[in-house]
Design a binder for this molecule. Structure first.
Ligand SMILES: [Zn+2]
Length: 382
């Protein structure tokens, strides 16, 4: 009997980490589209909504009324999706704690990108205000709603003396910030998850280092976000078609006579925030290309970054891991970024496959929290 995979379609919902990009373009419109796809196949998605951005908009809305319109629409999209049965949970980019607005559509988002680098009191305050905000908003629709899961901005969750303890004290049931194997050493992000003790199944973490499995039960669970290796040819194809689409979009923008008069309708721009040390310049580019297309690299199970053949490869890897785990049923967490979706058709094709797979059920993050509490999902100890 093959194990039953409980697949969670999770999306980190936000503008770019440096504050650029129009929320209507990167968040509102693609979330509505994605929800339509989920609804068509009877699937309930989960959105990790980035709340610090929303709180920054609300804080400054009196002085800059255009921010109020954005913040209102943010709530409209979130509550509408929630009403339709989709889950909403907490995601947090602490760099917004030091956000400044120039009054003309431009944000300067200067805070540290890792929640772990803030004083304990401030970590607690940010997490508590994000949770309270979501619960106040969504309990108007469902009084039993609870914010139970968390994903840290830029994946920064370990090691830390206090982070997991604070999460558990605030009532979070599980964290999904660990992706076994990733490592970043960039101007903004420093993390090393190359040695994680559990890449797949739920586990009780060592409370000061979520990369390690605890010997005993703990007040919070970690579930890694899934990842897989290789897919070099499919990746090459994906990169080609994405490049083609970007060029086409650029040409369209240049020829669109309204294009220049709507600069705010933008997709934003990432800088070097995700460029690892030693990966810039010509030598760095060569190294990157070699790793990408010849040696093969690790991919986070992020649907916005994958094409359909890569999603199939990811799913085959998930099935292999599930069968090796020996567990009868296992929750698996995917990732997605509405801001980065260039082609909804591949996602729709994958969602349709999942909807008709007998060994895969879909689940929300709230559903996973219930399953952890009632023992449906086993949790590993060391
Ligand atoms: Zn994020």
């Amino acid at each position: 009997m093959p194990p039953t995979i409980y697949l969670a379609f999770v999306d980190d919902w936000e503008v770019r980490g440096n504050g650029t990009g129009d929320p209507r373009v990167l968040q509102f419109e693609p979330m509505r589209r994605l929800v339509k796809i989920f609804d068509r196949y009877g699937i309930r998605g989960s959105f990790n909504v980035e709340v610090m951005q929303q709180l920054a908009y609300r804080k400054l809305q009196e002085r800059s009324p255009e921010l109020q319109a954005f913040a209102n629409e943010w709530e409209e999209v979130v509550t509408q999706s929630f009403r339709q049965g989709h889950d909403v949970q907490l995601h947090l980019h602490p760099q917004w704690s030091a956000a400044r607005y120039d009054g003309r559509g431009v944000w300067k988002v200067d805070g540290d990108w890792s929640i772990l680098n803030y004083p304990e009191q401030q970590i607690r305050a940010m997490l508590a205000s994000g949770k309270q905000y979501l619960e106040a908003l969504l309990r108007k629709i469902d009084p039993t709603y609870a914010c139970v899961s968390f994903r840290a901005g830029s994946w920064c969750a370990a090691p830390s003396d206090s982070f997991l303890t604070i999460l558990s004290e605030l009532g979070f049931v599980f964290d999904m910030s660990i992706v076994a194997g990733i490592r970043y050493d960039t101007p903004q992000i420093k993390l090393d998850y190359t040695h994680c003790e559990e890449p797949f199944a739920p586990y009780y973490p060592h409370m000061k280092d979520a990369r390690r499995i605890s010997c005993s039960m703990e007040p919070i669970v970690c579930i890694p976000t899934n990842r897989f290796f290789g897919a070099r040819i499919a990746l090459l194809r994906r990169d080609f078609s994405k490049a083609r689409m970007l060029v086409r979009r650029k040409i369209q923008h240049l020829t669109d006579r309204h294009g220049r008069s709507r600069p705010t309708l933008s997709r934003g721009r990432s800088g070097d925030e995700w460029t690892n040390k030693g990966e810039s310049g010509v030598a760095g580019l060569v190294r990157r290309l070699f790793n990408r297309y010849i040696r093969g690299q690790l991919h986070i199970a992020d649907l916005s970054r994958l094409n359909y053949p890569m999603m199939c490869r990811m799913m085959a890897h998930i099935r292999r891991q599930a069968s090796h785990s020996g567990l009868p049923c296992i929750p698996v967490i995917l990732e997605n970024h509405t801001k980065d979706i260039y082609d909804f058709s591949d996602i729709e094709r994958f969602v349709a496959d999942v909807a008709r797979s007998p060994d895969v059920k879909t689940i929300t993050l709230t559903g996973i929290a219930h399953g952890l509490r009632n023992g449906t999902f086993q949790v590993r100890t060391a």
